[in-house]
Design a protein around this ligand. Sequence first.
Ligand code: MN
Length: 465
Amino acid sequence: MKKLYFITGSQDLYGDETLKQVALDSKEMAAFLDEKIGGVTIEWQPTVRSSEEAEDVLVKASADKECVGVITWMHTFSPAKMWIKGLQRLVKPLLHLHTQYNRELPYKTIDMDFMNLNQAAHGDREYGFICTRLGLNREVVAGYYKNEAVLKRIARFADVARAMDFSHTLRVAMLGNNMRDVAVTDGDRVESEIRFGWNVNYYGLGDLVDLVDGVTAEEIAAKMAEYKAKYEMNTDDIAAVEEQAKYAVALEKFLKKERIGAFTDTFQDLHGLRQLPGLCVQDIMATGVGFGPEGDYKTSALMAVLCKMAEGREGATAFLEDYTYDLTEGNELELASHMLEVSPVFAAEKPKIEVHPLGIGGKEPPARLVFGGIEGKGIAVSMVDMGTHFRLICAAIELVKQPEEMPKLPVARVMWKILPDFATGAEAWIYAGGAHHAVVSTALTKEDIALYAKLTGTEVVFIGF
Ligand code: MN
C-alpha cells in the first residue's frame, strides 16, 4: 500500500526529556491516523531537529516510490530556516497539519514546560511562513487531529495524493490521432507530461489489429462468459458481440504490454477493425482505465486520475459527452451519451448488450451496452488547454431519471440538470471554454477537485456550487 510520511518538527534546544515526549506523542498520533485513514499507510518518521534532518527526510520522501505525500506538524517551536533546504527538494504533495497532541488545556496544572512542549500555535505559524514564502502549493488543515472534520480532510488529501502519484506514472495511448479539425480535445502533450506526468503517445491501430487477429476462440469464449454474467444479452447477432469480445482481449493485452492506464481511439481511423469499439471500451472503462473518444487524451487521462482518486468510495466516475437537451422552460435537462462509449458504472439497471447500425464511420453494426443512467448529485469536470496553461472546469450537476422511455435510442444515456439553473450553468461553462467531453463523477466532490487543482497548480473554474 502507498504511504504518507508523518513528520514532526522540533529543535534541539529543549533537551532529551522533551524530545522523548515529542517522539512518543507523534508516534501515537501517526498510529491513530494510520488506523483512521484508508487507502494509504501513515508512516511515522523520527522527529526533525535540524536543517540536515529536515533535508534528509524530505529528500527521502521525494525519492520513495511508495510515498505519495507528506504530513508535517510542529509539536514544539521549530525555527523555519531549518526547513528551507528540505522543502526546496520536496516533490511530493504536502499537508501541513495544524493540530495539538492535547485537545484541552490542563488549566490546573499547566506550567512553562507544558507550554514549551505543546506550542503548535507558535511553531506552525513559523513553519507556515516559510511554506508561503517559498510559494509551496500545499494543503493546510487546522483542528484537533481526532475531529471527524479533520480526519475527513486528511483522507481527502490522501486520495488526491494517491491520484497524483498515479498520474505521475500514467501512460496514455492514442490509437489514432485527434479527430480532424476538432479543437477542444487537442492539447500540448509535452506540457501535459510536465504538469501532470502523463506520458502520451501515438500508437498505430495496426499494432492493435495484429493482436486482434491473434485472439483465440478460447479467449473469446472466456470474455463472452464474462459479458453474459454481467450483462443481459439482447441480440441474436452473437457474432457481432464476439467481435467486441475479441477487441477486448486484444485491448487488454495491449494495455498490459505497454503499461497503459488510459487510451483514446477515433472512428476516423478503424482500418482493420470491422466495428467501432463499443461494448469492449464500455466494459474496460468500468475498471477505471481512462478512455477518451476522438483522440481526446486529456479526458482519457483525467478519467483515469479521477477514478484513482475515487477508489474505495461509493459512486460512479467515467467519461461522458454532452449530447442533446430537453429545453422545457424551468425544467431543462441534458442528455449525455456518446456514439457508443458510455461506462456501465452509470447504469441504473442491468445493461443490455445490443447490436445496431452506426450512422457514422461506415463500419459493421457494433455491439454496445444500452441502459438508462443513475440519479444523484454529481460533478462534471473538463480540462482544456488555453495555450498558456491548462484549465479545469468543474460544474455541479444533478443526475436524474429519464422522464420518459426512449425505445428508439440505441445507446446508453445519462440525464442531468445543470446547476444552479440551465442558463447560468451552461453559459458559465461556455464562457469558461469547457469541452463537450467531461469526466462525470458521483463519488468526487468540488472539494476534491479544488484540492487537486491547488496541489497541481492548475487553474480551476467552479460552476453551480
Ligand atoms: Mn465525442
